[in-house]
Design a protein around this ligand. Structure first.
Ligand SMILES: *[C@@H]1O[C@H](CO)[C@@H](O)[C@H](O)[C@H]1NC(C)=O
Ligand SMILES: *[C@@H]1O[C@H](CO)[C@@H](O)[C@H](O)[C@H]1NC(C)=O
Ligand SMILES: *[C@@H]1O[C@H](CO)[C@@H](O)[C@H](O)[C@H]1NC(C)=O
Ligand SMILES: *[C@@H]1O[C@H](CO)[C@@H](O)[C@H](O)[C@H]1NC(C)=O
Ligand SMILES: *[C@@H]1O[C@H](CO)[C@@H](O)[C@H](O)[C@H]1NC(C)=O
Ligand SMILES: *[C@@H]1O[C@H](CO)[C@@H](O)[C@H](O)[C@H]1NC(C)=O
Length: 422
């Protein structure tokens, strides 16, 4: 057990030392996201300032009249923590992405987090919906695995050239590559074609940004659709995905909509808990493998221990008969009387049936059973040639009892498997 633990620790250390992914630092929510209270985020383990946290509303608005009050929030900070109001209503969800100077999404992406209820609703004005500065559009409103999709906009509403983020809750976030921007006349405005190298079934949020800031174009949530040709040629091990294990952000409530990657397994408080991304995936896989190996080994050892018990041929055959009659032998092994022909008289066809006794009682005897049958055939013609046979009751496998009459349950036997037991 301890050697396994030590090995696991070694693997963990090894993985930590490896240049595994870009997650040189981690972040976590410092408090439970609650309606009308500040959201606090802390960075640990380094990172290159300035940091940025992007909060994207997720899921539908909690208001039954469909009013949307949540704005995309992008906050820059250079210290190791930040606290800011998000003003999202209770029971609504969001996803947070933390970046540093090394690139967008470098700190990891949280799963869908839920805003907890609070008696304070002063920050919420649901009288009218908020709207972004411009709208990002996706042709056919669908993203299909490995199939080019056109992302476009109305250039008259956009300041500068927009950029787009792809955000996978509890997974990777990335900047959508923009090549070949052109303008069409068929109503798909100005845009570009992007081939999503994202596996079908993945939830993807696309966020539009322009020179005025991040999220000015709103966000659109889609589930990557199946490629009808089963084309997965665009996918490889570095493709953006939702990652196994704990998502970024530490411990926080998640929505019950099911799409979130169970953050229940994320351990709050400890520094270890906030490891995210590929490292977590790899470590979880390795630990699972080590545990599996450990249990396999333990079972093998247990089996070996069980196998040390002597093989019981009787038990396999006779089943539960034995426990009922422990003093008796199974039917197979009931002794047949050994008929020994009387060597002295040629009279009644060797009918002097004598059961076995100890060797002292019968130093010599006439014949083996084989001879008895063959001799009876020639008995009339030729006088029987009797050869001396010593019958010895071996008692080196267990002493045989000699007092037959006094103890009727005692049966004398040739060496039997059952007697070998010590
Ligand atoms: C919430 O955040 C704002 C802006 O960062 C700050 O001014 C305010 O003091 C914070 N409020 C609390 C209660 O921490
Ligand atoms: C929507 O409903 C909320 C509460 O349910 C209410 O405060 C708000 O005024 C409503 N908004 C509109 C536009 O009707
Ligand atoms: C974008 O521009 C078009 C035309 O210039 C205008 O009709 C539309 O309302 C604008 N949309 C936004 C969100 O400002
Ligand atoms: C714009 O680019 C897409 C591919 O990126 C292409 O299919 C389309 O024909 C182009 N449209 C124009 C007007 O050039
Ligand atoms: C938008 O996000 C990027 C990547 O996180 C960041 O570098 C940039 O500073 C952000 N811009 C604004 C205006 O917040
Ligand atoms: C994975 O695919 C991307 C394009 O989708 C490519 O840029 C990258 O080099 C590929 N990586 C590997 C390891 O094949």
């Amino acid at each position: 057990m301890t050697e396994i633990a030590r090995l696991a620790l070694k693997v963990l250390l090894l993985l930590d030392l490896l240049p595994f992914g870009a997650l040189a630092y981690t972040w976590s929510f410092q408090s439970t996201p609650t309606q009308c209270s500040n959201l606090s985020i802390a960075i640990s383990g380094g990172g290159t300032p300035p940091f940025n946290v992007l909060i994207i509303p997720s899921g539908s608005t909690p208001f039954s009249n469909g009013t949307e009050v949540r704005r995309i929030i992008s906050k820059e900070f250079s210290t190791s923590s930040i606290s800011f109001p998000i003003n999202y209503p209770e029971n609504s969800q969001f996803v947070a992405v933390v970046s540093d100077a090394t690139g967008f999404g470098s700190g990891g992406t949280s799963a869908e987090a839920e805003v907890e209820t609070s008696s304070d609703s002063s920050c919420i004005d649901a009288s009218q919906s908020v709207t972004p500065d411009w709208f990002l559009s996706i042709e056919n409103q669908a993203i299909v695995q490995c199939t080019p999709a056109r992302i476009f906009w109305n250039p008259s509403n956009v300041t500068g050239t927009p950029t787009f983020f792809g955000i996978i809750p509890g997974g990777d976030s990335f900047i959508i590559p923009e090549v070949g921007i052109n303008t069409t006349t068929d109503g798909t405005g100005t845009g570009f074609s992007w081939t999503p190298n994202i596996r079908e079934g993945t939830i993807l949020n696309i966020v539009g940004n322009d020179n005025r800031g991040n999220g000015t174009g709103g966000s659109s949530s889609v589930t990557v659709s199946q490629n009808l040709q089963n084309d997965n040629s665009c996918l490889n091990s570095t493709s953006p995905s939702s990652t196994a294990g704990s998502p970024a952000g530490g411990s926080y409530p998640t929505s019950t909509s099911g799409a979130s990657t169970g953050s229940s397994s994320s351990s709050g408080g400890t520094n270890v808990g906030a490891i995210v991304g590929g490292v977590v995936g790899g470590v979880v896989g390795l630990l699972a493998l080590l545990l599996l190996l450990y249990f396999i080994r333990r079972r093998t050892r247990q089996n070996a221990k069980n196998n040390e018990k002597p093989v019981d041929l009787l038990q396999a055959d006779e089943g539960d008969e034995r426990p009922n009659r422990p003093a008796q032998l199974p039917e197979y092994y009931q002794p047949d009387p050994f008929i020994v022909p009387d060597p002295t008289s040629g009279d009644e066809s060797g009918s002097s049936a004598a059961p076995f006794s100890s060797s002292s009682e019968r130093p010599t005897s006439s014949a083996s059973t084989h001879d008895a049958t063959s001799s009876s055939a020639r008995k009339s013609a030729v006088p029987r040639t009797l050869r001396p046979v010593n019958i010895v009751q071996h008692d080196d496998a267990g002493a045989a009892s000699t007092t037959k009459e006094e103890e009727p349950e005692t049966i004398e036997l040739p060496p039997a498997y059952t007697n070998i037991r010590k």
